[in-house]
Design a protein around this ligand. Structure first.
Ligand SMILES: Nc1ncnc2c1ncn2[C@@H]1O[C@H](COP(=O)(O)OP(=O)(O)OP(=O)(O)O)[C@@H](O)[C@H]1O
Ligand SMILES: Cc1cn([C@H]2C[C@H](O)[C@@H](COP(=O)(O)O)O2)c(=O)[nH]c1=O
Length: 214
């Protein structure tokens, strides 16, 4: 993994936190610095991953919480193999809408899958690999619910209760406390322009630090 020349930036947060809205802008910014940028998402990013996504998000499906966790990590293993590692090895920067933190938040916090089991899966699938920078968009559950319901028909996760999303949010905040150097918090409930300024500051600082190192 030490031969990787590119960087992985991940976007995290509960549904409707504003990740996708800002991800496109970040990809444009990095491209304008002359970088090759690969935009991807989880679950998904590969043919198999997108097929698993269809099943995982389909509100007609029911599955055991640990089955859900295993499918998330299966999709991630494929994503790492087919998209992320090869891109990083050739020097591209990868911007992913969600990655492993989501499994700890949704399957761990939301569904109650023991963290020790998720840690084992993470170690198995990723070994010592982790994102270089994570932007966590923090929003109160009530705001995320309003945004999702206004924007589209809801999927299997989005149909979960407010209590589920409170647990997911708390689990994300626990990840923030655990990985303070990697995960940066963005106040996603502020007006769009203010959020964009905050995102820009984080990404531009990260980019400048990397550019100075090389
Ligand atoms: N800061 C903001 N203020 C007001 N509305 C916002 C803000 N950020 C995003 N939105 C709106 O909220 C909705 C959800 O945003 P977006 O799709 O970016 O969220 P997301 O985190 O990617 O959600 P999901 O994980 O469910 O895909 C969109 O309609 C978007 O325009
Ligand atoms: C990677 C990952 C995702 N999820 C959940 C979180 C979201 O509700 C959906 C993905 O939908 P989005 O609109 O693309 O955000 O999947 C999860 O539960 N666990 C995971 O590891």
């Amino acid at each position: 993994m030490s031969l990787l020349r590119g960087k992985l930036i991940t976007f995290e947060g509960i549904d409707g936190a504003g990740k996708s809205t800002h991800l496109a802008w970040v990809a444009d910014f990095l491209q304008n610095q002359g970088l090759e940028v690969v935009v991807t998402r989880e679950p998904g990013g590969t043919v198999l991953g997108e097929a698993l996504r269809e099943l995982l998000l389909d509100h007609r499906q029911t599955m055991h919480a640990e089955t859900e966790a295993l499918l998330m990590f299966a999709a991630r293993r494929e994503h790492l193999d087919k998209v992320i590692l090869s891109a990083l090895q050739r020097g591209a920067w990868v911007v992913s809408d969600r990655f492993t933190d989501a499994s700890f938040a949704y399957q761990g916090g939301g569904r109650g899958v023991p963290l020790a089991k998720l840690e084992k899966l993470e170690q198995w699938c990723l070994e010592d690999f982790s994102p270089d920078l994570t932007l966590y968009f923090d929003v109160p559950v009530a705001i995320s619910r309003q945004r999702v319901q206004a924007a589209r028909t809801t999927d299997r996760f989005e149909q979960e209760s407010d209590l589920f999303f409170e647990r997911v949010r708390q689990a994300y905040l626990q990840r923030v406390a655990e990985f303070p150097d990697r995960i940066r918090v963005v106040e996603g409930s502020l007006p769009l322009a203010t959020v964009k300024t905050a995102v820009a500051a984080i990404v531009e600082n990260f980019w400048s630090a990397q550019a100075k190192e090389n």
